[in-house]
Each structure stands twice: as structure tokens, then as C-alpha cells.
Design a protein around this ligand. Structure first.
Ligand code: NAD
Length: 290
């Protein structure tokens, strides 16, 4: 399938990532269904779209016509079948739980036309863990966006041993159509490229906090002002979700059996308290209700 023939996308999950990936798709001119099991999440996603598009117009970044066209192309639904049955390309962005994703890939395989590509935005699970749930492993790959998806240019496309070259190529071209700068990983590796590098920084930042060497604020300040990163590791964890940091570390631990891979004591404590970062109003920092 050429990028020109690719017209309809379904984004499954309207959370942190899904609602913005959906907007990236419609801004690239693709008819998009944003699907979530939670009506509340769908309403939030729609409210975001209604605020975001006029703001872009007001800033002169988007024409009125393009904003209207983007809004027309996007629909929100809790009905997976209605959202995915005509999709040429599916981007799965549901909660980071393998059993949930496996079940979803099984259902998508039944719902979608045989040529539809099924991509996962998972930060941790390689697509070979999901490809076997489908009758189309050659059309399954990772397509990993960064948060916030509307802003971040990088998209990691990971080709598993089962992924056809054409599938990875289509994912790359789809990302380019969205104005992204995709990178291709020729083989599967846990954490892909960026998060493997980032993990070293996060682990060290948590170690420095847990051992009382410095505060979260000072560690963030040092990383921003000495290393030139746009934000510090704790601000970033609040943005991406401390629940996600917890699940990723637990999965790493389950996978390796190495206790050193367990989430740090601070992450465990914050996870248990429900202080998951921005989305809960409290994480390493406190956030006021918007
Ligand atoms: N948060 C990040 O910074 C980030 C970055 C890159 C990739 N990811 C990946 O993106 C995925 C989603 O992460 P998130 O941060 O957006 O999570 P989130 O918790 O904000 O959103 C997940 C959404 O999935 C929905 N959902 C759960 N089960 C569903 C189902 N069966 N069908 C439809 N919707 C369902 C939930 O209702 C929720 O709205 C994860 O795989 C994560 O690893 C996250």
C-alpha cells in the first residue's frame, strides 16, 4: 500500500498518547477514529481537540480551513468495531499491559481488513509479543511516538523478525506524512533506542534522589542547565506518567528476574499512592487543575 492509498487510521486508546496521535493523523489529512473504552477519556480527548485547533489558528500555525478539515476527519468512539473495521492502519495506544494488548490485537485481527497494518505504540513491548495473536504477523510492527505526540518529532519504527519490509516502510512514510522524523530499528530490542539511553539517566536520577544526594528539583535543574535537556528527569516522569515508569520497571524485572531492575522505592511509593504525575495532579511536583 502506498501512503497515498492510506486514508483511514484507527487510534486505539484516547489517553496521554492516543488523543494527540489522533490529532497528528487528522492534521496529516487522514480520516481517523479515536477509540477508547472510557467515555470520560473520549470526552476529554474531544474537549482537547476543540481547544487545540482554534489555539493553533489563533497563533497563525494553522489555517481556519485546515482546522475545520481536521475536526471533520476526527471521530471519537467507544465502539472498537465501528472505529477499526475500515482502517488501513491501526495505531494501538492502550494501557501498557501485555494481556490487554494481546486481546486487542486478536480482536483487531478479526475486525480489520486483511491488508490493514497493526502497529503498537507500546514503550516496552516489542511487536513479536503481539504478532502471534494475529493471522497477519508480517503486517505488525512497533510505531513508537514520544510525549507530547503533537510536539515530538521522533517516531521509532521497529521491524520485528515477522515484520515485512513494506510494513515498516509504510509506518515510516506515515510518520513522515505527519511531519515526524522517524527512525528505523532493524531489530527488536527492549526499550528501543531512545528509552534505553533515557533509562540510564532516569535510573541515576532516582538513585541520587533515593540516596538523599539531592532533591528532585535540583536534579532537574542540573540536567536542564548543565546538560541542556529541555526538561529534567522528574518533570519528564510526571509528564509521561509514574504509573508507566512503574509498569515498565516491573516488566523489566519479570523479564530478567534481576532484582536490580525493580522500580525504585520512590516510584513504588508514588505508584501505590496514586501520585502518577500530571494526569493525577500530583507526582514529583504538584499541578493545579487546568
Ligand atoms: N505516556 C507516554 O509518555 C508514552 C510515550 C510513548 C508510548 N507510550 C505508550 O502508549 C500507550 C498508552 O500510554 P498512555 O500514556 O497514553 O496511557 P493512558 O493511561 O494515558 O491511556 C491509555 C488509554 O487506553 C484506554 N484503554 C484501555 N483498554 C482499552 C481497550 N481495550 N480499548 C480501548 N481503549 C482502552 C484507557 O481507557 C486509557 O484512556 C502505552 O503502551 C505506553 O507504553 C506512552
Amino acid at each position: 500500500m502506498s501512503t497515498g492509498e492510506l486514508r483511514r487510521v484507527a487510534v486505539i486508546g484516547a489517553g496521554n498518547m492516543g488523543h494527540q496521535i489522533s490529532l497528528c493523523c487528522v492534521l496529516a489529512g487522514l480520516e481517523t477514529a479515536c477509540v477508547d473504552v472510557s467515555e470520560e477519556q473520549l470526552q476529554k480527548a474531544e474537549a482537547f481537540m476543540k481547544k487545540y485547533l482554534p489555539e493553533r489558528v489563533a497563533k497563525g500555525r494553522l489555517s481556519e480551513e485546515s482546522a475545520q478539515e481536521a475536526a471533520r476527519l476526527l471521530r471519537f468512539t467507544a465502539d472498537l468495531e465501528a472505529g477499526a473495521r475500515e482502517a488501513d492502519f491501526v495505531i494501538e495506544a492502550v494501557t501498557e499491559k501485555l494481556s490487554l494488548k494481546k486481546d486487542l490485537f486478536r480482536r483487531l485481527d478479526q475486525i480489520c481488513p486483511p491488508q490493514t497494518v497493526l502497529a503498537t505504540n507500546s514503550s516496552f513491548f516489542v511487536s513479536s509479543l503481539l504478532a502471534g495473536e494475529t493471522g497477519r504477523p508480517e503486517r505488525v510492527c512497533n510505531m513508537h511516538f514520544f510525549n507530547p505526540a503533537l510536539v515530538m518529532k521522533c517516531v521509532e519504527v521497529v521491524k520485528g523478525p515477522h515484520t515485512a519490509a513494506g510494513t515498516a516502510d509504510l509506518a515510516i512514510r506515515l510518520a513522515q506524512k505527519m511531519g515526524k522524523k522517524p527512525v528505523l530499528l532493524h531489530k527488536e530490542i527492549y526499550g528501543f533506542l531512545v528509552n534505553r539511553i533515557l533509562r540510564r539517566i532516569m535510573d541515576e536520577a532516582l538513585y541520587l534522589l533515593d540516596t538523599g544526594v539531592a532533591s528532585a528539583e535540583d536534579i532537574d535543574s542540573a540536567v536542564v542547565n548543565a546538560l541542556g535537556h529541555p526538561m529534567g528527569p522528574f518533570t519528564l516522569m510526571d509528564l509521561t506518567g509514574i504509573d508507566l515508569s512503574y509498569h515498565v520497571a516491573m516488566e523489566r524485572y519479570r523479564e530478567s528476574g534481576d532484582p536490580a531492575q525493580k522500580p525504585s522505592p520512590t516510584v513504588v511509593e508514588k505508584y501505590a499512592r496514586g501520585e502518577w504525575g500530571r494526569k493525577k495532579g500530583r507526582g514529583f511536583y504538584t499541578y493545579e487543575e487546568k
